[in-house]
Design a protein around this ligand. Structure first.
Ligand code: T1G
Length: 685
């Protein structure tokens, strides 16, 4: 049974796709669309055509799960050209998200009508690709080059109203979309010549008159596009649309598309598209597990984390009761939240009413007892086990039955925290990443006794507050921070052995990380986790902390900073490094970038493998989701485990063995990693 059906409505042919969940343009849909257009051309009684979709959305693009498999005719470029060649006007009726190939189908239609809530975009760049079915050639002809460049290289959709202003949508429909689309088709059924996007030209004039706009665009977006192949290919394809007629420009598009499609970056980003969605699934839970209803959230602690965490819920319209110990801390915390919202509003990303709306849902208090009506309580206080156990003991008496009790701890043992209550089944870890209102990652730490419905509630709530949640087991540092440890240990040892902070950070930044280990330490705070005793100096970090070199916030850390927080190598720190090296009798030497890679990135992969063999992560792709969303691992490398597969696990094992001596006795190779390497297996395919 084809997902494409046709029906007559007077002299209009209505072509409907019913291909849940998002009407992807799989083979059967493509075949059905061509047949429907042929039916329209063959029958004189048909005066015009409407193409629409059942379900949640208009076509949401090509079927990504078909990529890498043998191509099945008709391919999408042929389908869209066939639609445009139809001898009767074709109208696209758009709702939901017309994305990628979906928007390309709409662009090949001669007219487009949409409901105001619809979104239109070309997210291919997020998959390491470009619109490969004429989109790079038709879109600039309809919306102009500047907008086409922005849409193709960002991958972000625009709303139907903006699309209407740009001329991408011809009419906004209030009411029944199908009915109004048919009426619109009647209106245009005898308009000749039929308007074809591929033949439009006037909106290209601006770029012809100002060819420098492409390089200006490249310069203005260099930072965002750094390391990615696809954005530049999108720009080149749009340039071809300006320089050549459609029939030629589309050949450039196809060549550029195939170059991207066969590259590692596209495979990595397509892998990550599914990895992100798989992370929300928890294996082995009873199918019918229902989430608990979360009407009000309590947050303990109004510091950086508590305030950021609260904002996530307030922005999603969920009321929050926030508790602090002292009025000035409470006022400081709520003041910071308001300031953050106002900064967002100043950037036009929120209205003043929305700011008031969010802050209006906040109930500040000094009384822990006020949390008695909360359905979820999140503790975000000082990272100390005794403090947390004391708080959970109190919560056990205050919280209502069935309330979920969560800790935002980033390292500590959630089972031990749970044991300080009479309801361990209601206890879970919700590890947000700082700044909590910005970072998308949420590690959901599953205690031994955590109930299934608590986990299901956490995953569902994560989606509601626009976080990407990953389930982690109870171990020191869970997934992300646990893999960070070998990296930090080796990076510090490398300093004493002869590398410099800037060399180590450069290797990581060249790899594609947003910053290296020491830049990250200076940003987060060198004093994080410091014992606060300036007389106790056991290592380099103690020394820096004792000297007040706490990082950017103090104008000095591993680097020196000027008033604009621009870093420069610190001779003082180099002296400390030399002193520690001398004290430990370390003969300093020239250290290669390769050794830095092997000792700081290969060791992370090894730790990821241990996390998997201990069952502390459900799947390798979850580890990748943690690192892309929690630490900025370059998505065009897929994540540590996907990347290790592309390098080859045998190469990883070889490199670690080469460093075995320097890694020291506390390092051990993961058995799973060695076994997979020997068997020629992979983590992520
Ligand atoms: N291909 C295959 N499966 C897809 C898919 C796609 N394009 N889009 C969604 N799914 C699956 C998804 O894996 C999930 O499956 C289910 O549908 C619901 O998705 C030639 C080459 C449309 C905004 O990049 O942005 O066209 O987990 O959980 O939150 O130029 O899905 O249920 O088994 O995300 O309501 C371009 C990608 C393709 C759009 C809906 N298009 N999709 O969000 O649901 S490349 C895209 C989305 C292309 C042409 C090029 C979102 C959504 P499961 P979901 P949602």
């Amino acid at each position: 049974m084809s997902p494409i059906s046709t029906q007559r409505h007077g002299d209009i042919l209505i072509v409907t796709s019913n291909n849940p969940p998002v009407n992807t343009l799989g083979h059967a849909v493509r075949e059905g669309l061509v047949k429907a257009i042929e039916e329209a051309d063959a029958d004189e009684a048909i005066k015009a055509v409407v193409i629409r979709c059942d379900g949640q959305t208009f076509f949401a693009g090509a079927d990504i799960s078909e990529f890498g498999k043998p191509m099945q005719m008709p391919m999408l470029p042929m389908v869209v050209d066939r639609i445009e060649e139809c001898t009767k006007p074709v109208v696209a009726a758009i709702h939901g998200t017309a994305l990628g190939g979906g928007l390309e189908v709409a662009l090949a239609c001669h007219y487009r009508v949409a409901v105001p809530s619809a979104k239109l975009g070309v997210p291919e760049v997020k998959l390491g690709l470009l619109p490969g079915a004429g989109g790079t050639q038709r879109l600039p002809r309809v919306v102009g080059v500047p907008k086409a460049l922005e849409m193709t290289t960002s991958g972000n959709p625009i709303g139907a109203e903006e699309a209407f202003d740009l001329g991408l949508v011809d009419r906004l429909i209030e009411g029944d979309l199908a009915q109004h689309a048919v009426a619109y088709a009647e209106e245009v059924s005898d308009v000749r010549p039929i308007r074809k996007s591929s033949e439009l030209d006037e909106k290209l004039a601006e770029a012809r008159a100002n060819p420098g706009m492409f390089d200006e665009f490249r310069k203005a977006n260099a930072r965002k596009m750094k390391g990615f192949d696809a954005p530049e290919a999108n720009i080149k394809a749009v340039q071809a649309a300006v320089a050549k007629p459609y029939q030629e420009g589309v050949l450039d598009e196809r060549r550029l598309f195939m170059e991207l499609m066969t590259g590692t970056q596209a495979r990595a980003q397509q892998y990550f598209f599914f990895a992100e969605r798989k992370a929300s699934k928890i294996d082995g839970l009873p199918e019918d597990t229902k989430p608990r209803d979360i009407k009000r959230v309590g947050v303990i602690g109004a510091g950086t984390m508590g305030g950021g965490i609260s904002m996530n819920f307030l922005s999603a319209g969920i009321p929050v009761t926030i508790v602090e110990m002292a009025q000035d801390a409470l006022d400081r915390g709520t003041g910071t939240m308001r300031k953050n919202y106002e900064a967002t509003a100043a950037k036009g990303r929120m209205t003043a009413e929305e700011v008031e709306g969010a802050m209006g849902l906040l109930k500040p208090t000094l009384a822990l007892e006020d949390l008695g009506d909360c359905d979820l309580i999140i503790e975000a206080v000082f990272e100390n086990m005794e403090v947390k156990k004391d708080i959970f003991g109190k919560l056990d008496k205050i919280a209502k039955p069935g309330a979920i009790l969560a800790s935002n701890t980033s390292y500590l043992n959630v089972d031990e925290i749970a044991a300080s209550t009479s309801r361990p089944q209601d206890v879970v870890g919700l590890h947000f990443f700082s700044p909590a209102n910005i970072m998308k990652l949420l590690e959901v730490v599953r205690g031994a006794r955590t109930a299934p419905d608590v986990l299901v509630t956490a995953m569902q709530l994560a989606k509601k507050i626009r976080k990407v949640a990953v389930v982690a087991g109870v171990c020191h540092g869970f997934i992300g921070n646990r893999m960070l440890m070998p990296r930090q240990i080796e990076a510090t040892k490398l300093l004493l052995e002869g590398a410099t902070p800037e060399q180590i950070d450069r290797v990581h930044v060249e790899f594609g990380m947003p910053m290296g280990p020491f830049q990250m330490a200076d940003l987060a705070g060198v004093d994080i986790g410091w014992h606060r005793d300036p007389s106790r100096i056991e290592n380099l970090r103690d020394k820096l902390a004792a000297e007040g070199r706490w990082g950017q916030k103090k104008g000095a850390g591993f680097y020196d900073y000027d008033e604009k927080r621009r870093p420069s190598p610190s001779p003082v720190v180099q002296t400390y490094i030399d002193e520690f090296a001398a004290k430990e009798g370390i003969q300093r030497r020239e250290i290669s970038d390769e050794e830095i890679m092997e000792r700081t990135i290969y060791t992370m992969v090894n730790e990821g493998a241990k996390i998997l063999e201990e069952g502390m992560a459900q799947r390798a792709s979850d580890v990748d989701v943690v690192w892309v969303y929690g630490y900025g691992w370059p998505v065009y490398r897929g994540g540590p485990m996907f990347w290790a597969d592309t390098v080859g696990l045998a190469t990883i094992v070889e490199g670690l063995k080469r460093q075995q001596e320097r890694l020291g006795s506390e390092f051990s190779l993961s058995e799973m990693l060695v076994k997979k390497a020997e068997a020629g297996e992979k983590f992520t395919r």
